[in-house]
Design a protein around this ligand. Sequence first.
Ligand SMILES: [Zn+2]
Length: 238
Amino acid sequence: MFRLINSASYNAQQLYWRNDIVPENDAIYSSYIKNINTILNELKNYSSSKNYTVTIVRSPNPYAYTVGGGKIWITTGMIKYFEAMAQNQEDYGIGQFSQDAKIATTLAHEIAHNEKGHLHHMLTPILLTLALFTLKACALGVLCVYRFVSLPAFILGLSLLACLTLGVLLFLVFRRENQDEIEAECGAFELLKKASKDSTLLKGAEQVIFWEYAFMASLHPLNPQEIERLSALQKMRN
Ligand SMILES: [Zn+2]
């Protein structure tokens, strides 16, 4: 079942990005792709699954995400953001870090989402809710066909059911969002701490996560969710 959901979500992404996937021999991005894969291979040594792959897609929005099954997507906007972050660093107490360390934090974050099964935390109750809605709607339809309920009552019942389902779906989508991000940041910190012990490429990479929060706080005050994530991380650091 999980494998089916993983491949379905991967295929949907593949279809969505079909015209924007950056080929490995791309004139501008080939060296980045090679570098990202080298870092990913280092991280794989410390993660439970070895099946991670990265696909680079053309989009100005700085974004990285995973759709389960170890498939990570990174936009070209995100690559530009890595460059800008590494060039434009002020000292927030952890000194200088490399662009590779910044890439590693992003990859480790996405790996942690995968390892903690976040896609399924969200999708499984969503699929169950939709199945339940279909069942109830069919039952209502049957009652209407056999005239146990009138047509207006059927329409009213169906509308109420649809509104209720929509409410439950929205709740399910946003319910664990912050919790999942906290778990992913802590998972990334743990993974990077292990990896950076013997990888010179990833030296001190786990500290970059804190630099990032300091950087964010310098741009705008941290919101309550960001503060919650940061304090969960600080507990691990101590
Ligand atoms: Zn995340």
